[in-house]
Design a protein. Structure first.
Length: 463
């Protein structure tokens, strides 16, 4: 029988709580009854809906016990504050997995995909652990730590932020041996009086938790490299670099996309390296360099790293492709609907322009959020890369995307609507056999609704 992840005695010791009810053993940790598994410890967190309202439901689904601050049915460890208790549980998990090498990844763009690609390499190398989905905030990071098995050899954590002083406490919680900043760009700038400079300084907070002698993997092509390098060295980090210029530890020489993959030509610590990856986005050239350096810092050999990159598929909403049958043939949907900002939008548009196609290039775009007063300008500025990429039709949804629609040449305007729900049927009607159709926008502006409408065409639900 497998060793439990946590016993109630261990939870009591870690959190300083008190056991109410019978002793129990948990095989997992959950904060959501929608995804809870039998044997999980259910943590009743506060929020819009108080988690204590769901303890009974969690027990009904087979939870082993609860972490609670109010009387709860079944067995529970009672604490004063459940979020603080979750943080203590995470710290205890880190402490008992003493031999685990930990990595922490942040950045304005690409941190989820890169984290999962690194996790794919860790999986090949031994007993591994990683963040799931985008569990990168003040709840997701301690939850990921609390789920870490005691025999873990390597682990990687995604750390995100919307404001200053969010990353620092999370990095101190993880205490990584290696950190990676994918890139810094104009994302969440409305939260910073000094704009992108503030974003860069907030990302540099990730170095604050580095273990002594730790590694900082940095993007030498990014305009904020010097600032990040200085902050990393101030924290005592050994800096390793990726980019396209001479002198980078991992240097991208060439990236050639094909139908559903690409060939990467690189120099890794000065030695030539050519390999295929299952990605077509141009940004994956530099992403691959970052992954190689991060895996190296976590003691994964190069063979396993290349094997992981060679089999890692695009994540849902982050470049995943789907063939959609329509009358007379099919078109290709490129689903980038999970998130968007000026950096990722420009990269996705350039990638679309580099793709050969027998049909048209069509994009459906929704608002990029959290850009502050500069938002309309960032949206209007997309007109130039769209024309350069020879995009035939552009569909826009949202008040900010109206700035882009107005800036487009009339020959490239598909349609404009105030919401994703309103534009989705028009995009669906426009798609024809042979077309490449890309959907991209911020999660909060519902770009996913457009992708869903296009997928529905394949099941005969054309609007």
């Amino acid at each position: 029988m497998a060793e439990p992840l946590w016993t109630s005695d261990e939870i009591v010791a870690a959190t300083g709580g008190q056991l109410a009810g019978k002793p129990f053993s948990a095989t997992g940790v959950s904060i959501d009854t929608r995804t809870i598994e039998p044997g999980d410890l259910f943590v009743a967190l506060g929020g819009v809906r108080d988690g204590h309202e769901f303890v009974e439901q969690a027990m009904g689904k087979g939870a082993a016990g609860a972490l609670a601050s109010q009387p709860a049915p079944g067995s529970a460890v009672m604490v004063a504050d459940t979020l603080q208790a979750l943080e203590k549980l995470g710290a205890a998990a880190r402490g008992r997995a003493a031999k685990a090498r930990r990595g922490a990844i942040t950045g304005s763009v690409g941190k989820t995909s890169v984290t999962q690609a690194v996790a794919a390499g860790l999986k090949l190398a031994g007993r591994w652990h990683s963040s799931v989905r985008s569990y990168n905030n003040h709840i997701g990071v301690p939850l990921t730590l609390a789920r870490m098995p005691r025999d873990t050899e390597r682990a990687v954590f995604e750390i995100g932020m919307n404001h200053a002083e969010e990353i620092r406490p999370l990095s101190r919680m993880v205490r990584p041996h290696a950190t990676l900043v994918t890139t810094v760009g104009p994302v969440h700038t409305e939260a910073f009086e000094d704009g992108e400079t503030g974003v860069a300084r907030a990302k540099a907070e990730v170095f604050d938790g580095l273990e002594p002698g730790g590694v900082a993997v940095l993007n030498a092509d990014n305009r904020w490299f010097d600032l990040l390098k200085a902050e990393a060295e101030k924290a005592g980090a050994e800096v390793r670099t990726f980019g396209t210029t001479e002198g980078c530890d991992a240097r991208l020489i060439d990236f050639q996309p094909a139908d559903d993959h690409a060939f990467v030509q690189a120099r890794f610590h000065g030695k030539g390296l050519d390999f295929p990856i299952l990605q077509t986005g141009l940004h994956w050239g530099l992403n691959a360099m970052a992954v190689l350096l991060m895996l190296e810092a976590l003691d994964v050999d190069l063979g396993d790293s290349l094997a992981a990159l060679g089999s890692f598929e695009p994540l849902a909403g982050r470049g995943a492709e789907q063939t959609i049958p329509v009358k007379g043939g099919h078109f290709t949907l490129i689903d980038e609907s999970y998130n968007a900002n000026p950096v990722s939008m420009a990269s996705a548009i350039a990638t679309l322009g580099a793709r050969p196609t027998a049909g048209r290039r069509i994009v459906a775009l929704t608002d990029m959020l959290e850009l502050g007063a500069e938002g309309p300008g960032f949206h209007a500025a997309l007109a130039e890369p769209l024309v350069a990429a020879k995009v035939d039709l552009v569909f826009c949804a949202g008040p900010l995307m109206k700035s882009l629609y107005d800036a487009l040449p009339s020959t490239r305007r598909g349609a404009y609507a105030e919401s994703a729900a309103d534009i989705a049927p028009q995009v669906a009607r426009a798609a024809e056999p042979g077309d490449l159709v890309m959907v991209k926008g911020s999660n909060g502006s519902k770009a996913g609704l457009i992708a869903q409408a296009l997928v529905a065409l394949g099941s005969g639900e054309r609007g």
